[in-house]
Design a binder for this molecule. Structure first.
Ligand code: NAD
Length: 424
């Protein structure tokens, strides 16, 4: 159903469902680990500790490209923390959302966990399908939803962030990326090529973590571009349910139009189309479905390519060159988004430089792994215009709870903090 509705290939769709299963497993363990700290009180015979309570009902707004996984990261963890969930999925993937919500409601209704007066356990998970203006705005404006977790474009995040801040609510934003991979002269180029192809072509370039920029050392740039062009020529494009297919269609005709415009702009700005391009789009124009060819655009050294600073949600890979690692890192960090990043190198010094405070400014930083394909065990999210939110594993659960600091006086005196004397 994911492949039919959203267009990603079957293997990736199965991976996405596996991600939902994995986070459900993770949450079983997490339910026993919603820890608070205890601290020593500065006052005698006092005990101080913190505990975590549910927020109540959490609003979850999701993007089209991961119709199962993104909801799962949010809803499973939020429910484990004791919340109910109101879910607004993308209007581009309503069927998957209905199927998933029905599945989890069925599981919940089989649980004997609520007292009769508590209502139907299935209602922990609810779904509302509607437009941004109706359902979306109603959710962002509603004080009964103390947290809105929203995944989508930076444009959406600006609307949602402002609306929720306007009522002093909490937001968890997971927004667009413009992810780069640095390939140094010390890299294993087989590994780098495979990682770049999966990162740039996987899900037809429609992952928030898609590799959009490749920053390659001058000494290996021709070699890398040659390897990538050969690999791109092998990518089978077509029916996402066919096991041979590596790249399915884009989500809509508008998405093709945006890809075409980005390529034309890149060429105007000095980029050179290595493969794919507008011709690659036209080669598929007569097909049913929104098929395109993955595109590589090489950027001549010293050329500024402003279009590469935007996230075009399509399989376009911009290839830049560098000489010094410092310059590569500066190019890497020069975009507004800060989601995922990677360096391919066998040099410990280069890898540690990339991971240092002076290195990647992203929420995710990888060495000898591509930018996409995160594991659920870590906290997922990004900095800058990506919104700063963290979801999924690690201690991301804290976003779905409210912290309470409790102090208990078990003595018979009333000493004040900071030693203040206030005797009447
Ligand atoms: P989108 O911004 O068009 O829509 C995302 C969701 O927000 C949809 O449910 C939409 O209906 C809703 N929405 C839009 N405007 C709204 C508003 N004003 N008020 C309330 N709701 C509103 O994004 P899309 O095209 O579905 O998905 C692609 C984008 O999502 C890309 O930018 C991608 O990078 C990003 N994304 C980010 C992550 C992440 O974890 N950082 C994950 C997946 C996708």
């Amino acid at each position: 159903m994911i492949s039919l509705e959203m267009g990603k290939i079957r293997a990736e769709a199965i991976g996405e469902v596996q991600e939902a299963v994995d986070i459900a497993d993770f949450c079983v363990g997490l339910s026993r680990q919603l820890y608070g700290l205890t601290m020593h009180s500065e006052r005698p015979r006092h005990r101080m500790y913190e505990q975590w309570h549910p927020l109540g009902t959490v609003g979850v707004i999701t993007a089209f490209n991961f119709p199962v996984a993104v909801w799962s990261w949010n809803a499973m963890v939020a429910a484990t923390c004791g919340n109910a969930i109101v879910w607004k999925p993308s209007l581009q993937t309503p069927l998957v959302s209905i199927a998933l919500n029905n599945l989890v409601r069925r599981v919940m209704s089989e649980q004997d966990i609520f007292q009769p007066d508590d209502g139907d356990p299935a209602d922990v998970f609810t779904l509302v399908i509607g437009t941004d203006e109706t359902v979306g705005q109603a959710m962002t404006d509603d004080r009964r939803l103390p947290l809105i977790s929203a995944t989508g474009s930076c444009r959406m995040g600006r609307h949602v962030g402002q609306a929720v801040a306007g009522r002093l609510g909490r937001c968890l934003l997971e927004l667009g990326g413009n992810n780069a991979m640095i390939v140094t002269a010390e890299a294993n180029l087989d590994l780098a090529t495979r990682a770049a192809v999966f990162g740039a072509v996987g899900t037809a370039g429609q992952r928030c973590t898609t590799t959009r920029r490749l920053i390659v050392h001058r000494d290996v740039a021709d070699d890398v571009v040659g390897r990538l062009s050969s690999a791109y020529a092998q990518v089978a494009i077509g029916d996402p349910l066919n096991d041979e297919t590596l790249m399915g269609p884009l989500i809509s005709r508008d998405a093709i139009e945006r890809m075409k415009q980005a390529i034309e702009t890149a060429v105007e700005q000095g980029g050179e189309v290595i493969c794919g391009g507008v011709e690659g789009i036209e080669r598929h124009a007569e097909r049913r479905g929104y098929f395109v060819e993955p595109t590589i655009i090489r950027v001549p050294p010293g050329t500024d390519l402003p279009v590469a600073r935007e996230e075009t949600f399509a399989p376009i890979l911009y290839v830049f060159e560098f000489e010094q690692l410092d310059d590569a890192i500066a190019m890497h960090n020069s975009v507004d988004q800060g989601l995922s990043s990677a360096i391919m190198t066998d040099s410990l010094r280069e890898a540690e430089m990339f991971l240092s405070h002076a290195g990647s400014d992203c929420g995710i930083a990888n060495v000898n792994i591509g930018t996409s394909g995160a594991e659920i065990g870590g906290a997922f999210g990004g900095e800058k215009d990506t919104g700063g939110g963290r979801e999924s594993g690690s201690d991301a659960w804290k976003n779905y709870m409210r912290r309470q600091t409790c102090t208990i006086n078990w003595g018979d005196q009333l000493p004040l903090a900071q030693g203040i004397s206030f005797d009447a």
